[in-house]
Design a binder for this molecule. Structure first.
Ligand SMILES: Nc1ncnc2c1ncn2[C@@H]1O[C@H](COP(=O)(O)OP(=O)(O)OP(=O)(O)O)[C@@H](O)[C@H]1O
Ligand SMILES: O=C(O)C1=C[C@@H](O)[C@@H](O)[C@H](O)C1
Ligand SMILES: [Mg+2]
Length: 177
């Protein structure tokens, strides 16, 4: 039980949704899936929103939703991959949350996302090189937003969750000393 939110950030396919679901089932947290909530409210898939309304429209929806989510606690918020790229968003997620960055190497990401076609930003160049380039462009902002970084390559979801919960508890202990 956390008296704040756990905000999961990271590249597409890093495992945010997977880990959020495990924290819901195993740790009783409320799971909030930003992409899914936006899709539900807009009544269309993310790829369709990008196509018909454009990326800036989608990015504004993300910011509005993050502001709304500050009212929760003990929620695990699985962010869209691009959410930490806006400074305003990072300020919002830190108001009532600890930000956890999940990382994975481009080869691992490619393996995980290759059969899914609802990630418009990588759909046209789904290669190690394409993923590496976008990852590099995002690295600095992802790192700056993170309170905690967890590598996910060759770890199971359960291992990642245990590491995450342990590290967050340790951070709280250290902060209260
Ligand atoms: N630790 C892991 N080991 C093996 N496979 C994993 C792991 N974590 C996630 N996966 C698999 O990788 C794929 C992508 O994971 P997931 O959807 O959780 O990523 P995401 O970070 O939420 O991506 P997006 O930003 O696109 O929503 C899924 O098929 C999932 O089952
Ligand atoms: O990394 C990104 O910019 C994105 C990741 C997905 O979660 C979606 O939010 C959308 O496809 C954009
Ligand atoms: Mg996801």
């Amino acid at each position: 039980m956390f008296d704040y939110n756990v905000v999961l950030i990271g590249f597409m396919g890093a495992g945010k949704s997977t880990i959020a679901e495990l924290l819901r089932t195993g740790w009783g947290m409320e799971r909030i899936e930003m992409d899914a909530l936006i899709e539900e409210r807009e009544g269309m898939r993310i790829s369709k929103i990008f196509e018909t309304k454009g990326e800036p429209y989608f990015r504004d929806l993300e910011t509005e939703l993050l502001i709304e989510l500050q009212a929760r606690s003990n929620a695990v918020i699985s962010c869209g991959g691009g959410v930490p790229m806006r400074e305003r968003n990072v300020a919002e997620m830190k108001k009532n949350g600890r930000v956890v960055l999940l990382t994975a190497h481009p080869e691992t990401i490619l393996e995980r996302v290759k059969d899914n076609h609802d990630r418009p930003l990588i759909e046209n160049n789904k290669t190690v090189e394409g993923i590496s380039a976008l990852m590099e462009a995002r690295r600095e902002r992802y790192m700056a937003a993170a309170d905690l970084v967890i590598e996910t390559d060759r770890k199971t979801g359960e291992e990642i969750c245990r590491e995450l919960v342990e590290k967050l508890h340790r951070m709280e202990e250290e902060a209260s000393r």
